[in-house]
Write a protein that binds this ligand. Sequence first.
Ligand code: ADP
Ligand code: ZN
Length: 735
Amino acid sequence: LPQVKIPVCQIAIETPLRRLFDYHLAEGAVPGSRVRVPFGRQHVVGIVVAQAADSEVPAAKLRGIEAVLDAAPLFSTADLALLTWAADYYHHPVGEVFATALPRLLRLGRDVAPVQRSWHITNAGRAALADGTLRRARRQQQLLEYFAAKGAVDEQALDAALPGWRPVARTLREKSLLEMNEQTRSIATREAVQSLQQGPVLTAAQQSAVDALTAPGLAGAHLLDGVTGSGKTEVYLRAAGAALARGRSVLVMCPEIGLTPQLLERFEARFDAPIAALHSGLTDTARARAWHLAATGGARIVVGTRSAVFTPIPNLGLIIVDEEHDSSYKQQEGGFRYSARDLALLRGQQRGVPVVLGSATPSLESLHNVKLGRLTHIELPERAGSATPPRIALIDMRAHPVNRGIATPLRHAIDAHLAAGSQVLLFLNRRGYAPTLLCQSCGWVAPCESCDARLTVHLAGGRACGSLACHHCGAEAPQPERCPRCGYGLQPLGHGTERVEETLAEFFPGHAVERFDRDSLRAPKQLTDAIERVHSGSARILVGTQMLTKGHHFPDVTLVGVLNADQSLFSTDFRAAERLAQTIVQVAGRAGRADRPGEVLIQSQYPDHPLLKTLLERGYAGFAADALQERQAAHWPPFSRLALLRASDPEPEVALNFLKAARKIATPAAGVALRGPVPAAMVRRAGRYYAQLMVESSQRTRLQAFLAGWVPAVESLATSRSLRWVLDVDPLEVL
Ligand code: ADP
Ligand code: ZN
């Protein structure tokens, strides 16, 4: 009997199952569109990935699609290919990968109507016109007068009538003189976008960078390796401008928009184009709208964090990955642990679109890729404008008196820079008041109940006797007054940012201190306010964590102090040195960005440590060259490829036993080695015991082939369902 072939749609559905699901073909169910389908006893939303002429599922079992939700597909064929590739490479269930790419409301099957924005004057705006407050701000005055005469005007009409209106309108909106309304409309723009500002005359190095990125017909991947303040952002803006002028769109990836609003602001100020910003701070509705605006071509610039790499952007002409070394490009939580930087490279290659990875401290991976010819190396060796590189020196903490974490030479330098009217920035990668609460009589330290970790002392509302918090699981407890073991008094030991803030206020009275860490700046508004106080000059001393190292431009900071460089000098993680070098160089780059020369002082107990010496004598490039040799000798990435199978369970030993079983069922493969399993460096965390098993190969293809067979086998282990496990391909940390 001839087999009857039944054409089907292959659909991605958010489940842990590693496959697509076949349904009868339906009218309009083209690849890339969302459909509603019966799934078990539920009804779920899926995405059509492909159509096939036949199915392996018996005809009697095939079910039908209930509804097609999109009139036009959301994802292009290339978008679908990128997602499918990611599911394969990270060995993650394809339905969950697709779920990562889609905002929640769209995943729920909601329809997101694209927005039409219109603007109108407020009562306060009319009052400002009447009393002449804006006499001095001519463009603002004119725009307000325009709105006073016209009433509500939509953005398309504004674009046509008043090129360059956006930045002025934004300023007026911040002053509550104008308001914006959002309604729905359909959008499609492919017109040339104008630059609003010219930007500075490029340096020769910048010009050749821009030429390389905009050469016609030349796609390719580039590493823009430029010291802080060398004008990388200006290069991005010019390259973006060229793509926009050709009617193409631009994807700008950044580690965290909340921390670096300045990048987004510079794109907004430069281009007269709708911008979609995609980041974690958005409400579901705002996120779905921004995503939809990008996916339908309504946004010409898409600025986004990690998951934005999956956002469909019709007519994409350029991909920028700013601060490419930043670890937040790698998803390190949950199941799907992808690297947005690596996927951005793939996306560019797949579509013949240039990709530029920018950093002052490129990752060793990227520097290695330069050597292999996979990235071209574009260098901006000097600071733009009149800024000169800072002088960097070490302070030996053993050789100088240290008072409450601050050595005398640093204290004198702070005094001198403040007296010269400059601002001072102090970096300490430890938030809270003190990392330890210690009993001075019996040696008891306050432990976390659920982790192998100590509790950090935090000030509670500024009181010296504060609260305790675990930085690993988030547990909180009031600070005990006496030692629970011996009844003696307790002392906070060591220095966190809160304590340094207190010390600085005492050492340098009359100089306002601004603290930048996750506790002091919980809301985006708090960060913008703090940045504003730095720019206005009311803040004189800045103290903070990693947050201070990220892309800020504080022109009046001339002294940077690194309070403790030693924390990760002796870490066993193979990437710790790279991280530390990047952090030091990034924070040093905050010094002297304008016309006043900068000074950087690094406090250390180990000033002879090779890492610090190399960094000071030969800079980041010298450090990176040495570090790459060490990686090669030790056979670590990028000279080998890794995957980690991590597991955890509330009971001790369960995770370890599971990983032992996983190792046992592995079919030996040439060129692939398994190491472990071993307990994690911090075994107990949030009440669970962690362990890991490492897979290593010198060749990506071999590792991939091994994983493709092994992961499904691991999944079919009986215990795999009762504990938590996750595969991390190209892990950042192997602790
Ligand atoms: P990066 O992104 O590398 O840190 P930016 O692009 O932010 O550098 O530039 C640093 C500063 O130098 C900014 O204030 C910028 O406006 C200025 N700048 C950039 N390029 C030039 C140039 N060619 N001439 C003068 N100033 C420039
Ligand atoms: Zn804890």
